[in-house]
Design a protein around this ligand. Structure first.
Ligand code: AMP
Ligand code: ZN
Length: 112
């Protein structure tokens, strides 16, 4: 399958690792929208949160990894934002489930 994030998970395309475990991989977004901008992806290919919700434990692993990233990046105190773009209206560009973890500055109130 020609999937960018599958290739990143496989190490075929370089990335800056923040955290990894058996189920998930976290790396820095190539186009930072905030001082901390990390993408959390499942190793298993699922297209989006709706597909991810069908796989036992997958979303729990994603949430656990978000918590690890937040701890590693020191975001607990000031807070952070988690975004999952899904489909056309949200302008999802990579069709492999990912959570954006954004922080390190005061983020705007706009959601879109
Ligand atoms: P989305 O628009 O929610 O699908 O987000 C896809 C994200 O992937 C964007 O924020 C891109 O900047 C990011 N991205 C695209 N290619 C790479 C790459 N090679 N390494 C890291 N992040 C990437
Ligand atoms: Zn994939």
């Amino acid at each position: 399958m020609d999937c960018l994030f599958c290739k990143i998970v496989a190490g075929e395309i370089p990335s800056t690792k923040v955290y990894e475990d058996d189920y998930t991989y976290a790396f820095r977004d190539i186009n930072l929208q905030a001082p901390v901008h990390v993408l959390v992806v499942p190793r298993q290919h699922v297209a989006n949160v709706l597909e991810g919700a069908q796989v036992d434990g997958l979303m729990q692993h994603m949430a656990d990894t978000v918590a690890q990233v937040v701890r590693l990046e020191g975001l607990e105190k000031n807070g952070f934002r988690v975004i999952m773009n899904t489909g056309e209206d949200a302008m999802q560009t990579v069709k492999h489930l990912h959570m954006h973890v954004l922080g390190g500055r005061k983020l705007g109130i706009e959601m879109g």
